[in-house]
Ligand binder design. Structure first.
Ligand code: GLN
Length: 197
């Protein structure tokens, strides 16, 4: 299994380490020639700063080929800023990047500096997983075809933390910053099912 990890900014090394520990072959996507072999089996869009990543995707001419691959069903694991890159709508009306995931997100929904916390939540098909949130976005709304895989309890009420839409898996937290590889294993399994469908 060959997984391409967008590595222009943000927490990409941690995804690579986790996927390698599960036996996946990984490569970093930094420039257009990294995509010369065609679509990988899966793509990772890591956490970081979504506005910076969006700008770099355009400047490095990675945006068009990746968007085409996503539109053709390339399985993707998107965490935190990666989720913002996939979202079809941003609450602040800011520019949409790939827009292939039918959800509306609020950036920095938990405050800018103090908005980091850890919790544990149930992930459908896995069970309880540790969740690290860092200046995380919130999924405000998801289309009816979008499956909610995890939610967390907050003083404000129950909030969506992870979704799946077709072969797109996205979450507001950072599974790669915990020592539990279950979400990454779930992603690799999702790719296998997608390939055998
Ligand atoms: N706040 C970042 C953004 O808006 C996301 C934070 C993260 O990926 N940890 O892009």
């Amino acid at each position: 299994m060959r997984i391409g990890i967008l590595s222009v900014q943000g927490a990409f090394l941690e995804h690579e380490a986790m996927l390698k520990s599960l036996g996946a072959q990984c490569f970093q996507i930094r420039q257009r020639k990294d995509l010369a072999d065609g679509p990988p089996d899966g793509l990772v869009l890591p956490g970081g700063e979504s506005t910076v990543m969006h700008k770099l995707l355009l400047e490095l001419e990675l945006y068009e080929p990746l968007k085409e691959m996503l539109e053709n069903g390339l399985p993707v694991l998107a965490t935190c800023a990666g989720l913002i890159l996939l979202a079809r709508k941003k609450e602040d009306g800011g520019p949409v990047c790939f827009g292939t995931l039918p959800v509306t997100v609020r950036r920095n929904a938990y405050g800018r500096q103090l908005g980091s916390f850890r919790t544990e939540g149930d992930f459908k098909g896995i069970g309880p997983v540790p969740m690290t949130f860092i200046r995380a976005p919130l999924i405000l709304r998801a289309s009816p075809e979008t499956e909610i895989l995890a939610a967390i309890q907050r003083p404000e009420g129950e909030q969506i933390a992870a979704v799946r839409f077709g072969s797109q898996l996205a979450m507001s937290f950072h599974p790669e910053l915990t020592d539990n590889p279950a979400v990454h294993a779930f992603f690799l399994d999702m790719i296998k099912k997608y390939q055998n469908r």
